[in-house]
Structures are given as structure tokens and as C-alpha cells.
Design a protein around this ligand. Structure first.
Ligand code: PLP
Length: 351
């Protein structure tokens, strides 16, 4: 079987794969609601958040969770929302607000740069809330949420975070960052199956009337029904089986800190091996240990590299936009051994 080194879906552990074989289940039966409760509590437990937060489980990919969060928690009749962007995913949140007809301001920087925190400082007082991306998968930059979060706390502005590619694999300081909500998915750092995603948000915001322009992605509706052991629509039951098992596996293997350390170990091995082959990181600083972006070796196109590595059993990922001819990406999430990484490195062209 191919090893997936794209940023989700990830290679499954045997344990999670086996869980998909559980019995057929109706999403309106008590057995489903038991699992739904366990998953929602399991998501809260990943970061030991206070019970002021609750998790809402959605069927859809990570973007569904981000759009549910942005749509339901950002008001139309308010000061503009401040979107901090340095890649595809920040820009996508601004595109959502535009589509929803909600006032917003964009503080953007180049895709290889950090967030423009000075721009945030200048604009934050005139904005109602801040939207940002934790791990910008476009380049693999782990954005400096400690500094952005401090600005949000000082200015008393709620922060809404796209944590799709960091939840379960990097620190998230809910209280410290003044987090109103974060959105994420089952099939990245949590090592579940694609099909379910979620928003962790303050209960007080979930209990108020929301702002969703969408009937399907109305977070407050999901919350009120899920609190009463309900579900507005059909859930991806088998994907829930996978997430349930993946959360148990994460907890048993030491939680997000252990996973973060494991990713760091894999990234060290990968970077050292690539360096020996003359391949260097695309970012000069700020790279996460969840996904790395690397410069394509001289004279080798992405397609050539992709096909060569695929023939050796690995799926890598292209750069987005203008980066597609310069770099490639490798994520180290999912079921991956150090022997796998050795085999991957051996399949690269010699420098
Ligand atoms: C993967 C990802 C998403 C959502 O992608 P889907 O394809 O909808 O799952 C959103 N934001 C970030 C930062 C991501 O890495």
C-alpha cells in the first residue's frame, strides 16, 4: 500500500482501519449518540479545555468546519472581521466572508513570510474579531499564535482559528489566545478518516442565535441537537467509527504532546536525509514539524519527482499557486515508521 505524505488524508493505522468494519449503524439510534458524545468529549480532552468549550461534530471535510465556524460565529451587522493571511487557507477564510456578504479586512503578507502582526496591531481596535490560520499548510509554517493570541487578549477580541492541520499535533492555548472557536478535521493530525470534521467553540457562543447564511452548516443548530443526543442530518457513521478509534489511540499514546514529539523526530530524520541529497527547506524559519516544504532539486520537475517517489511507494504533495514549479511538500502525519522514511530518502535522486 502507498504511504500518504500529503497533508491529509493520512495513512491509517491498522487499528483505525479495522474500526471501519464495525456494524452498520443508524445515526438516530442510541448506539450512535453514545459514540457522538464520546467523540465530542474526546475532542475536548485532547487539550484538556475547560467545560466552557464544547465540540460540534460535522459531516464534511475540514473546509466545511471552517465555513461553519466563519458563517455561524461572525456577524454581518458588526465591525469588520480581521483576517490574517499568509497562504491559501487564510485567503480562503476571507473568500468565505466575501461570499457570505460579511464586512472584513484582510491583513496579508507574502506566502513565505510570517503573519503581519504590526498590521494586526494597527487594525484590531476597529475590528470585531480576528480570524487566522494556525498551521499554514501552503508552506508548512506554524504561525506565531502566542503573539497573535496575546494581541487578541489585550484588545479583547475573540480569535477564530483554522486549526485544520494542527489540531492534535501542536499546542493550542484556548484561554491564552482568547479563542472563541477553532475548526479542524478527523483526517490530519488526529489520524482518522476523511468525512467528519468539527468546531470546538465556547458554549456561550453556541447557545446564542447564530449568523449562518447556510442551512447545512449552521453550528448552533448542530450544537443544540447534539446536546440533546440528536443530529440534524445523516452523519458519516463509518468516519465517526474511525475518529472514535483514532482519539482513543491518541490518548493511549500520550496525547498531542507525544504526537508533536513524534512528528519532530520524523522531521529531523527527513531533513537530515534530504540535506545529504542537497535538498533544502523552502522556508528559512518557522517551519512546523507537521509538514515541510522543500526546494525541488535542480533539473527535476515536480511531476518527475512525484512519479519516481510514487513508484517507490510514497505520495508527496505539490506546491500551490506560483510555488508549484519551485517546491514540493511532505507531511509526516499518519502511520509512518522511521524505516518508511529511510526507504523514502533512498528513493530520492542523488545530488
Ligand atoms: C487541509 C486544510 C483545510 C481543509 O481542507 P479540506 O480539503 O476541506 O479537508 C483547511 N485549512 C488548512 C490549514 C488545511 O491544512
Amino acid at each position: 500500500m502507498l504511504k500518504l505524505l500529503n497533508p491529509g488524508p493520512v495513512s491509517l493505522t491498522q487499528r483505525v482501519r479495522d474500526s471501519l468494519q464495525k456494524p452498520d449503524l443508524c445515526h438516530r439510534e442510541p448506539e450512535f449518540f453514545q459514540m457522538q458524545r464520546r467523540i465530542r468529549q474526546g475532542l475536548i480532552n485532547v487539550y484538556d479545555c475547560s467545560q466552557e468549550y464544547s465540540a460540534v461534530l460535522l459531516t464534511g471535510s475540514g473546509t466545511a468546519a471552517v465555513e461553519a465556524m466563519v458563517g455561524s460565529l461572525v456577524a454581518r451587522e458588526a465591525d469588520p472581521a480581521l483576517v490574517v493571511a499568509n497562504g491559501v487557507y487564510g485567503e480562503r477564510m476571507a473568500a468565505m466572508l466575501k461570499r457570505h456578504g460579511k464586512p472584513h479586512r484582510l491583513v496579508s503578507s507574502g506566502w513565505t513570510e510570517g503573519m503581519d502582526l504590526e498590521g494586526v496591531e494597527r487594525a484590531i481596535q476597529s475590528c470585531s474579531c480576528v480570524l487566522a490560520v494556525h498551521h499554514e499548510t501552503t508552506t508548512g509554517r506554524l504561525n506565531d499564535l502566542h503573539r497573535l493570541g496575546a494581541l487578541c487578549r489585550q484588545a479583547n477580541r475573540p480569535l477564530l482559528l483554522d486549526a485544520v492541520s494542527s489540531f492534535g499535533g501542536a499546542e493550542i492555548d484556548f484561554e491564552g489566545w482568547n479563542l472563541l472557536a477553532c475548526a479542524a478535521t478527523a483526517n490530519k493530525c488526529l489520524h482518522g478518516v476523511p468525512g467528519v470534521s468539527f468546531v470546538v467553540a465556547r458554549r456561550e457562543a453556541l447557545q446564542q442565535p447564530g449568523h449562518s447564511p447556510s442551512l447545512y452548516l449552521d453550528l448552533q443548530n448542530y450544537y443544540s441537537l447534539q446536546e440533546q443526543d440528536g443530529s440534524p442530518f445523516t452523519q458519516a457513521v463509518q468516519a465517526c467509527y474511525g475518529l472514535d478509534e483514532a482519539l482513543a489511540e491518541l490518548a493511549e499514546s500520550g496525547g498531542w504532546k507525544a504526537r508533536c514529539a513524534l512528528y519532530a523526530e520524523r522531521t529531523r530524520q527527513l531533513e537530515a536525509g534530504l540535506k545529504q541529497r542537497g535538498i533544502v527547506s523552502f522556508l528559512s524559519e518557522g517551519q512546523s514539524c507537521i509538514l515541510g516544504s522543500y526546494r525541488l532539486p535542480a533539473g527535476v520537475s515536480y511531476e518527475q519527482l512525484h512519479d519516481r517517489l510514487k513508484a517507490a511507494g510514497f505520495v508527496i504533495y505539490a506546491g500551490q499557486g506560483g510555488f508549484s514549479h519551485e517546491m514540493f511538500r511532505i507531511a509526516v502525519m499518519g502511520d509512518l515508521s522511521s524505516g518508511d522514511l529511510d526507504r523514502l530518502l533512498a528513493a530520492f535522486p542523488a545530488s
